[in-house]
Design a protein around this ligand. Structure first.
Ligand SMILES: *Cc1c(COP(=O)(O)O)cnc(C)c1O
Length: 438
């Protein structure tokens, strides 16, 4: 399998190069030259398989020849040491809980796989890879815990001082070992600017092999297809339901793009709902056919506050830039903060189930979609991308009651923060990086 750029002016590369580079040299996003197919017989053979066995079957097709099967299987086993529960709310409504990993959000699925694959390829190249990330919260914590203890890699993450929640800060600053946190006296844009400058600094790149771990990396995308495949198999085996709808709470559209990948591979998926908050550039595109990115608006579902989503280029590419064929597979729905709060309340009342604001956006969009009579009977899965305790304030004020904190979180909150405070001047980052090897 080879990978080429959505901009088409870079030479095609192996999965190794695509993983270690992240972004293609022409500024495009890497995509597989063809999407591997599972025949109906192959899918039948996967019935009864564990999550990890399904993950392995998919990964093998994408990584064909670059990682031997035994090693690939070890990588998968060490990535997904947690469950992926599918919870039934009523006869044909389900929530797939993607928040059981170490950082309590679905980004663990992509970050853990990327980390292990990067470690494997770095060892093969006998290199030490330095992963540099600017984060406003969730991505950084998944990357920190994903790369924690992975040989041949180390992580330097930059976060804006005072602009992340206390839980996020604990997740960013306690991974230890090969993970270094830099607390920047500035905002997220400063962090991003500094990281970008490091990537083009010739002196620095002479001594260090830098890579990014953001959501455009193809090796973060591939593993996100695993849980779509798993859900279709589980719905069939446990409930006798076929061709489910997936409602996907979307920000940068990596999650939804991975779903489209799973459908193209042949897994039986009925339809997608792209669920956005007030940042609705993509959902409006799907409804109206015009793409007009707008400045980002702050909402309750903060991880989806993206005005110009980076994975949209890949999504469009998969539909050959054809709006109508995208709209056949995907319906766009935007959900307001008021509706989000009302949904958290009504779901709690009806099902005694607590969902976080991102999940509530997906659930509400699913409800609205099935409000149309011709869709009412369809089986639907809302993807739950974060554990409600990650958004304690919003949930507790919506429900007017305290919710229980899981024990591993209490432990995390007690860990000692370890971060280096720097100003937002680039030379402070450069000098930190230069001193890493001392
Ligand atoms: C990142 C994130 C999203 C958005 O996912 P995309 O792949 O960027 O569309 C949704 N919910 C949560 C909790 C997230 O952390």
């Amino acid at each position: 399998m080879i990978y080429f750029s959505t901009n088409k002016s870079s030479i095609p590369v192996s999965i190794k190069k695509a993983t270690l580079e992240g972004l293609a040299p022409d500024g495009g996003l890497y995509i597989p030259s063809e999407i591997p197919r599972f025949s109906p017989e192959e899918i039948t053979l996967l019935e009864g398989a564990s999550f990890n066995n399904i993950a392995f079957a998919i990964a093998k097709k994408f990584i064909d020849g670059s990682v031997p099967p035994d090693q690939l299987s070890d990588i998968i086993e060490s990535c997904y040491t947690f469950d992926t529960p599918i919870v039934q709310l009523d006869q044909n409504t389900f929530v797939e809980e993607l928040f059981c990993g170490p950082t309590l959000a679905f980004k663990d699925y992509g970050a853990r796989f990327l980390a292990r694959l990067t470690g494997y390829f770095a060892a093969e190249e006998e290199k030490l890879i330095t992963v540099l990330v600017a984060t406003s919260g969730d991505t950084g914590s998944a990357v920190a815990y994903g790369f924690q203890g992975i040989a041949n890699t180390r992580v330097v993450l930059l976060y804006p001082s005072g602009k992340v929640s206390r839980l996020q800060e604990q997740q960013l600053t306690t991974a230890g070992s090969n993970v270094h946190a830099l607390e920047v006296e500035g905002d997220f844009d400063d962090c991003q600017r500094m990281v970008k400058q490091a990537f083009v600094d010739p002196d620095l790149n002479k001594s260090l092999t830098l890579t990014s771990a953001n959501s455009i990396n193809i090796s973060r995308l591939i593993p996100q297809s695993f849980y779509y495949a798993w859900a279709t198999m589980q719905l069939k085996e446990r409930f006798g339901l076929h061709d489910p709808l997936f409602s996907v709470p979307s920000g940068n559209y990596g999650n939804l793009t991975a779903g489209v990948l799973a459908k193209r591979m042949g897994f039986p998926i009925g339809h997608f709902i792209a669920a956005s908050n007030a940042n609705d550039s993509v959902t409006r595109y799907i409804e109206e056919g015009r793409y007009e990115p707008r400045p980002t608006i702050t909402t309750l579902s903060t991880a989806m506050d993206v005005g110009n989503p980076s994975n949209f280029a890949r999504l469009r590419y998969f539909y050959h830039n054809d709006h109508d064929s995208m709209a056949k597979d995907i319906t766009g729905m935007s959900v307001s903060d008021e509706e989000t709060i009302a949904t958290i309340r009504s779901v709690h009342e009806r099902f005694d189930y607590v969902m976080d604001p991102h999940t509530a956006v997906a659930y509400r969009a699913l409800e609205r979609f099935r409000g149309n009579e011709s869709n009412a009977e369809k089986a639907g899965i809302a993807l739950s991308t974060a554990h409600p305790v990650k958004f304690l304030d919003a949930i507790e004020s919506a429900l007017g009651k305290k919710i229980a904190i899981p024990p591993n979180l209490t432990e995390l909150m007690e860990k000692k923060k370890s971060a280096t405070l720097i100003s937002s001047e680039y030379r402070e980052l450069a000098s930190f990086l230069n001193r890493l090897d001392e």
